[in-house]
Write a protein that binds this ligand. Structure first.
Ligand code: HEC
Length: 167
């Protein structure tokens, strides 16, 4: 064997060893990354917030009653997702304090100010029916329903409350 050949063989041998080691390390890292990923996903999947979302999304759309079986789970229950009535005030005072006050306390845009008897006198003299009508339908810079979507009764109660403050 010539000297050149020996050094070639030597190079090839050590090169193969290094290459083998690198491949081995790559495989180990690959396995380790897969393992980390799985642990993370499992942890995320078991979060209660995720579980409840999955249950909600995978709940059957319809259930069928089967004759002779226990169908009590099909009992019609009151829907809890009815129109959200949460932010509709219960009293005129509450309604006033939530919305109407923003214009009517400072007299914004020429809104008749609370306590300004001179401004309210002629308006109250129109009668409640007209005040209700203007509060519900709007009047110049007074937005319909004060800009809310509250039911008529709530708006009327708010008018009653505002009138009671200016008597
Ligand atoms: C964005 C401001 C604003 C909000 C919010 C607002 N108002 Fe007014 N309101 C006005 C203005 C301005 C007038 C005066 C309109 C005019 O006479 O030109 C007025 C006038 C009125 C009048 C007198 C109408 C008349 O016939 O003279 C009533 C009653 C009234 N508002 C009730 C309410 C009630 C009830 C709410 C809450 C649900 C409310 N307003 C919220 C601006 C507002």
């Amino acid at each position: 064997m010539s000297k050149a050949e020996t050094s070639d063989t030597h190079f090839l041998n050590s090169f193969s060893v290094v290459l083998g080691m690198l491949i081995f390390i790559a495989i180990i890292l690959f396995g380790f990354a897969r393992w980390i990923g799985r642990v993370q996903i499992e942890e995320q999947m078991s979060q209660p917030i995720h579980m409840s979302a999955v249950q909600k999304n995978t709940a059957p759309l319809a259930r069928v009653a089967i004759a002779g079986k226990d169908n009590s789970a099909l009992a019609v229950t009151a829907s809890t997702s009815a129109a959200p009535a949460a932010d509709v005030p219960k009293t005129g005072k509450e309604a006033f304090e939530k919305v109407c006050t923003s214009c009517h306390t400072m007299g914004l845009n020429g809104a008749p100010k609370i306590g300004d008897h001179a401004a309210w006198g002629p308006r109250i003299a129109q009668g409640k029916a007209v005040l209700y009508q203007h509060a519900l339908g709007g009047l110049r810079l007074m937005p319909p329903r004060g800009g809310t979507n509250w039911p008529d009764a709530t708006i009327r109660a708010a008018v009653d409350y505002m009138v009671s403050l200016n008597k």
